[in-house]
Design a protein around this ligand. Structure first.
Ligand SMILES: C=C(O[C@@H]1C=C(C(=O)O)C=C[C@H]1O)C(=O)O
Length: 414
């Protein structure tokens, strides 16, 4: 693990301001830091501190570095809402073996809005000067990125799904999530703001995020911690939207009654409950999976809500639950081995935790889905995957990845 600065004492000042709307057009077009849902959230500008970690202990290492930085910080927070005070944006690699760095980034300026209130937070090594909130940039067209299949092209993806089904039928494991990539190039002059804006406009009910080039709109809450309470939303089981109202309702009803999807969903819920329960004094799950409507598809969803009993912070819980069966499989270890073997590429931060943590350890983390990693050389790698169980049909799973690619591909003009 490395840090660009010694963990000196950060000085943090949050003040209420009149207005921060619109947030996304005020971010840095090349290095945007964004966490938004339904027009609320935070964006970060500049970078005061970066904590990098990798390997098996990447989440604990980041958590312990963060705890010492937060403990030493001088924080004056006049607003006191989730996302005020000291904040780091974070993105973690999916796999222990990944080449991708995991990061926590502390911006120089955070601006946000929530519950009708707006604020600005200055973070530095000295008492900060007055805050100046950048003006919103004029709206631009989304860039035009042409995507091509990556390492696992469509036919190879179908073969990988068929092989996973064979292994499931041979009793090796119950479920594994297999993903594929699309790769494109972003031109030099194109920034990322229009893409993020498009995601936020088209998918307002998802977590729209941008952290260190990882851009996306995830419907799946990995874990949220707020003053001793914990919540999560487990998704697994997917169906297309119908063309008309009646057919759309039919698709949702079929999904809610589908044994294949219910079985896949139950595995994901069981893994989340099993991992969170030891940290809670109480943990409730919504009684039946409900159908969650998104513009591109239907998901089966279960919400979890609980009370923390052991003082865990959001990063401790991220560590406890990642990777869930919604993005890895069951049993976890065997599924992870099958994924590495059958996908044959590094997932990077796709399907990893993405979100933010504050000075008390509270925070909001999603699973990085419906996303792409934009590298400094302009390479854009998008990812989408599906849970494979014993009755999965390769062509259907391939079609499902196309539905899941839609948000990010369209946001890049593809
Ligand atoms: C793996 C992805 O999505 C996950 C897999 C799902 C499924 O197989 O039904 C549903 C939601 C997500 O938990 C993805 O979007 O890439």
């Amino acid at each position: 693990m490395s840090q660009t600065h010694a963990p000196a004492r950060l000085v943090v000042r949050t003040v209420a301001v009149d207005e921060t709307e619109p947030l996304i057009p005020r971010t840095d077009p090349r290095h945007p830091l964004v966490w938004m849902r339904r027009d609320e959230g935070i964006v970060g500008l500049g970078e005061v501190l970066r904590i990098e970690s990798s390997g098996h202990s990447r989440i604990e290492d980041a958590a312990s570095a963060w705890t010492s930085i937060a403990a030493a910080a001088d924080i004056d927070d006049r607003v006191g809402l989730p996302g005020t005070g000291l904040v780091a944006f974070g993105a973690f690699a999916f796999a222990d073996e990944s080449e991708a760095m995991s990061v926590l980034i502390v911006p120089e300026l955070v601006i946000g809005r929530r519950d009708g209130r707006a604020w600005a937070t200055r973070i530095g090594f000295e008492t900060p000067a007055e805050v100046t909130i950048p003006e919103p940039a004029p709206k631009r067209q989304v860039p035009r990125v042409t995507f091509e299949p990556g390492t696992l092209p469509p036919e190879a993806y179908e073969s990988a799904v068929a092989e996973a089904v064979r292994r499931i039928d041979a009793g090796e494991f119950e479920k594994a999530v297999l993903a594929r990539q699309l790769v494109g190039t972003l031109s030099d002059d194109a920034g990322l703001r229009a893409t993020i804006n498009r995601l936020a406009e088209d998918y307002p009910d998802t977590w729209v995020f941008a952290v260190d080039g990882l851009i996306g709109a995830s419907p799946e809450t990995l874990v949220r911690v707020d003053h001793g309470t914990v919540s999560a939303r487990v998704l697994a089981g997917t169906a297309p939207r119908g063309a008309g109202e009646a057919s759309d309702r039919d698709h949702a009803a079929t999904l809610a009654a589908s044994e294949k999807n219910l079985a896949e969903h139950a595995l994901a819920v069981a893994s989340a409950v099993q991992r969170l329960e030891p940290h809670t004094t109480r943990l409730d799950t919504s009684p039946e999976p409900f159908t969650l409507q998104l513009p591109n598809l239907w998901h089966l969803a279960t919400d979890l809500k609980g009370t923390l009993g052991d003082g865990s912070n959001s990063l401790d819980l991220v560590k406890a639950v990642h990777p869930t069966a919604a993005v890895a499989g069951t049993p976890r270890k065997i599924a992870l081995r099958a994924i590495a073997e059958l996908e044959g590429f590094d997932r990077g931060r796709y399907a990893g935790p993405v979100g933010w943590v504050d000075g008390d350890g509270d925070g909001e983390w999603a699973i990085a889905l419906r996303c792409a990693q934009v590298d400094l050389d302009g390479t854009v790698t998008a990812y989408a995957g599906c849970g494979i169980v014993h009755d999965s049909v390769p062509a259907d799973e391939l079609a499902e990845t196309d539905m899941k690619f839609r948000p990010i591909v369209e946001a890049f003009g593809g």
